[in-house]
Design a protein around this ligand. Structure first.
Ligand code: NI
Length: 183
């Protein structure tokens, strides 16, 4: 059961929270891990691929993300729970469409780094460091931006790319665009 409210830019007070800089997590506790699980459930229910703590009103540096399984390529779902994430290396550039659960009903085109090396702490508080690229790298950059109060609309390649989509279809449209690029 998911019971977390996802803040949106439509509400002035919620927007202020979304625009705030989050604080570092001082020690990952089982409480943090349990809360991250609730965020994952909330995100899945909303059919999103990522959710950062400030999006549910918690101004602490962590996020969850889940790239759905790709049955055609026999790829299992990839789940991320990361505290105090930092991009330590970035290469290349990619351009693609993004949506955000806090900006319901819209997508827009954003330039991101193609490959990134990320470090942080996992849900047990253990240091982790890994490389991701393409769509996964895009999702993680978007989530890490949330921790600094940055929204994808700040980074549009062109304001004209910002366009309405059916509510609840943002992530599907984004994923479809990403998959079309891969082909
Ligand atoms: Ni977002």
């Amino acid at each position: 059961m998911s019971d977390l409210e996802i803040l949106t830019v439509k509400d002035a007070q919620q927007l202020r929270v979304l625009r705030s800089r989050s604080r570092k997590v001082q020690g990952v506790t089982p409480k943090h891990a349990a809360f991250a699980q609730r965020m994952l459930e909330t995100m899945r229910d909303a059919v999103g691929v990522g959710l950062a703590a400030p999006q549910v009103g918690v101004l602490q540096r962590f996020f969850v993300a889940e790239i759905p399984a790709d049955e055609e390529d026999d790829q299992p779902a990839q789940t991320f729970i990361l505290f105090n994430p930092e991009i330590v290396k970035a290469q290349g550039e990619q351009i693609g469409y993004e949506g955000c659960l806090s900006i319901p009903g819209y997508i827009g085109e954003v330039a991101r780094r193609e490959r990134i090396t990320v470090k942080g702490l996992n849900e047990k508080g253990k240091p982790v460091r890994f490389k991701v690229e393409g769509y996964v790298a895009r999702v993680l950059q978007h989530e890490i931006d949330h921790l600094d109060g940055i929204l994808f609309t700040d980074k549009l390649t062109d304001p004209d790319t910002f366009q309405p989509v059916a509510v609840g279809q943002e992530e599907a449209a984004e994923l479809e665009a990403a998959m079309a690029e891969d082909r």
